[in-house]
Design a protein around this ligand. Structure first.
Ligand code: ARG
Length: 460
């Protein structure tokens, strides 16, 4: 058991179980790079403001640089006796440069230090997630373009509704992912604020310059209230909320891949590299990757709930409870990055079965709306047309045939306006081509949407 840096007022050493209970080094050690980066900026600022001498500061900065290299190379043992990464780095600094190392912690506290470290960490995470997401958008848009003329059944209630372009379906996900990217970009702006200098909670008596530290670390803003700064975890919760929504979108896409790769649908073939076999059934090729995308959504939701619950009712300002913020945030960051990376690798490998999709699209009287719209164009009120076509569907269903199997005389029994030219609109191609309204599924509109997305993403 090593001597604690805060040991001064204590008579007894920490109980070993308490040491294990309170230590966070096994998970916050991954912040070491940010912790050292923040300390270097802080130290230089202290020297510029005349709080440390330049000689002291350069000793400290040099020591910190060496510690960074030691940890990079795995040469520094980080164990539970060190409580957390901040203590570990500082302890090592004192070992290396002696008493002067103790001057680094002037005008700061671990409370503003951890807030800084997690903000620095989160900045990188969010940038990486945004980059991956824009790649997802690019790949989906490419898939849409490649499959621009494939027609598939559009579903509502998972029942055939109206034919749509596969490209339109894929571009629907692009819209979701673009919103996710936008949410992350907004989240980034609120992460990107420097809290260091708030000290324990009340600010500091030393004449520090937070703006200087902010410039050194690339923060465009500094926090305005020291009490808020050390107890705020909104930026982690927001990231977890944006991630939950993103995973929700991925899970919907994943669910469709699982469904579409069944024998029954056979709309898509997922490449072997993204499937796994069964230990007992030799014929099996299971869509485990999309299944795990669905599955991992659960832990990301759980992490969001954990953080919301952690901060709920927490009195100002810093409370040790807040140490529990890191694992859910780290796990979310890891899960989202890995899921997006796998998704991006899998997307170009998807083989859509256009023939199967088109064959399915014609089934289930998916062109019934075309008949109703045809009648409307001949002056029949829509409600009336709807009713007429409903009866026609019932009739065809009873006889086990399609609209196009009916004779004109047969059609006329349902409405006198039904004529031979009806057959001209009863094709899948016509059904999609006529849906020219803004945001509709006509190839022209979808092509425009693809173009618009391309322009928009180059500006992000
Ligand atoms: N390991 C702590 C955390 O993650 C750092 C801050 C500790 N501050 C304190 N006063 N105990 O929250």
């Amino acid at each position: 058991m090593s001597e604690k840096m805060w040991q001064g007022r204590f008579e007894q050493p920490t109980d070993s179980l308490v040491e294990e209970f309170t230590s966070s080094i096994h998970f916050d050690r991954r912040l070491y790079r940010y912790d050292i980066q923040g300390s270097i900026a802080h130290c230089r600022m202290l020297a510029e403001c005349g709080i440390l001498t330049h000689e002291e500061a350069s000793q400290i900065v040099q020591g910190l640089g060496e510690i960074l290299r030691e940890i990079d190379r795995g040469e520094l043992a980080l164990d539970a006796t060190q409580e957390d990464i901040h203590m570990a780095v500082e302890q090592r600094l004192m070992q290396k440069i002696g008493e002067v190392g103790g001057k680094l912690h002037t005008a700061r506290s671990r409370n503003d230090q951890i807030a800084l470290d997690t903000r620095l960490f989160m900045r990188d995470v969010v940038l990486e997630c945004r980059r991956l997401l824009l790649e997802t958008v690019r790949l989906l848009t490419e898939l849409a373009e490649k499959n621009l003329h494939v027609i598939m059944p559009g579903f509502t209630h998972l029942q055939h509704a109206q034919p749509v372009l596969l490209a339109h379906h894929l571009m629907a996900y692009v819209e979701m992912f673009l919103r996710d990217e936008e949410r992350l970009a907004q989240c980034y702006d609120r992460i990107n604020v420097l809290p260091l200098g708030s000290a324990a909670l009340a600010g500091t008596t030393f004449p520090i310059d937070m703006e200087m530290t902010a410039r050194a670390l690339g923060f465009p803003r500094i926090t305005r209230n020291s009490m808020d700064a050390v107890s705020d975890r909104d930026y982690l919760i927001e990231f977890c909320a944006a991630s939950a929504m993103l995973m929700m979108h991925i899970s919907r896409f994943a669910e469709e891949l699982v469904l579409w790769s069944t024998e029954e649908f056979a709309f898509v073939d997922i490449s072997d590299a993204f499937c796994t076999g069964s230990s007992i059934m030799p014929q099996k090729k299971n869509p485990d990757v999309p299944e795990l995308m669905r599955g991992k959504t659960a832990r990301v939701y759980g992490n969001l709930m954990a953080l919301l619950t952690l901060v709920k009712s927490l009195p100002l300002t810093y409370n040790r409870d807040l140490q529990e913020d890191k694992e859910p945030a780290f796990d979310t960051a890891d899960t989202v990055r890995l899921t997006l990376a796998v998704l991006n690798k899998m997307l170009p490998e998807l083989r859509f079965q256009g023939d199967r999709m088109e064959a399915a699209a014609a089934k289930g009287y998916a062109l019934a709306t075309e008949v109703a719209d045809y009648l409307v164009r001949k002056g029949v009120p829509f409600r009336k047309a709807h009713h007429v076509v409903g009866q026609l569907v019932h009739h065809c269903e009873k006889l086990g045939k399609d609209f196009t199997d009916c004779t004109v005389e047969e059609l006329k029994k349902f409405h006198k306006a039904l004529d031979a030219d009806l057959f001209g609109v009863l094709t899948l191609q016509s059904a999609v081509q006529r849906r020219m309204s803004h945001g509709g599924t006509s190839p022209q509109r979808v092509r425009e949407a693809i173009g618009a997305v391309r322009i928009e993403t180059t500006q992000r």
